[in-house]
Design a protein around this ligand. Structure first.
Ligand SMILES: NC(=O)c1ccc[n+]([C@@H]2O[C@H](COP(=O)([O-])OP(=O)(O)OC[C@H]3O[C@@H](n4cnc5c(N)ncnc54)[C@H](OP(=O)(O)O)[C@@H]3O)[C@@H](O)[C@H]2O)c1
Length: 227
């Protein structure tokens, strides 16, 4: 795969949402526009089923000029959407995630394939995700011709990509406030991360977009293309 770009927006205390109720808005307009430019440059956007259940994200390219640039390059208006799931609970064909924006690929564990195909094949391509590891997910997507992938969360999915070191770029937007809820998801949970104090990511830039701080980082040694 040519590029795997992880992207997330978190609070000062590292949370990417609150712990229930109304969805937490972390980002701002300028950061959102910049994040959509990354989306527009990708073939597909991947999220975990937890994010679909909680947010029903559209994962579209919202800005007409970015859609125009995709058209000029001969691309569809919106990237493909990929959701990974083991069991497929709570993924419904009528939900906005499946009915709006780009085509959807569901990568699921083999035992769930028949039921999910019966439920979702009218709105998505439902495929076996292999052993379920990050490298298996990436090789499935490469086989489908996806070369530039954006990974937008949530916590479980980001934890696995970060732990495996299976990414080229990491974009972290920091919103200047605290969430302060023990049950709120974080950017990443505990994990055997490749990057620690003695093996750091490289900071490419820090930017202020509106009232959001954006840190763009590079992984000097991505562990891509391992099965
Ligand atoms: N601020 C941000 O930038 C941002 C972005 C995205 C999401 N979020 C937030 O993140 C939260 C959701 O995070 P989360 O950790 O609960 O959920 P998540 O990572 O989005 O999804 C977890 C689910 O994905 C599936 N999954 C994960 N890894 C898998 C693998 N290797 N193979 C197959 N399936 C796999 C499983 O689905 P099944 O249970 O269906 O088997 C798992 O329960 C929400 O609150 C959302 O608002 C924030």
């Amino acid at each position: 795969m040519e590029r795997v770009h992880l992207s997330v927006c978190m609070s000062l205390d590292g949370h990417i949402d609150t712990d229930g109720g109304k969805r937490l808005v972390l980002s701002g307009e300028e950061d959102c526009r910049d994040m959509h430019a990354v989306r527009a440059d990708c073939d597909a956007i991947l999220v975990g089923a937890g994010t679909v259940r909680r947010d029903q994200p559209r994962l579209t390219v919202r800005y007409p000029e970015l859609v125009g640039q995709r058209r000029e390059r001969g691309l569809a208006d919106h990237p493909l959407k990929v959701v990974v799931t083991r069991g497929g609970d709570g993924l419904n064909a009528e939900a906005g995630f499946f009915t709006q924006g780009g085509p959807v690929i569901v990568l699921c564990a083999e035992p769930a394939l028949p039921a999910l195909r019966a439920r979702l094949s009218s709105v998505a391509q439902v495929l076996d995700l292999g052993d379920g590891g990050v490298h298996s997910i990436l090789s499935r997507l490469s086989d489908l011709g996806i070369q530039r992938l954006m990974v937008e969360g949530g916590c479980q999915v980001l934890t696995q990509f970060l732990a495996a070191g299976a990414f080229h770029r990491l974009r972290v937007a920091v919103a200047p406030f605290m969430v302060g809820r023990a049950g709120a998801p974080r950017l990443a949970g505990p994990g055997p991360f490749l990057h620690g104090p003695d093996n750091r990511l490289r900071i490419l830039s820090t930017r202020t977009l509106g009232n959001i701080a954006v840190i763009d980082m590079e992984n000097p040694e991505p562990t891509l293309n391992r099965r």
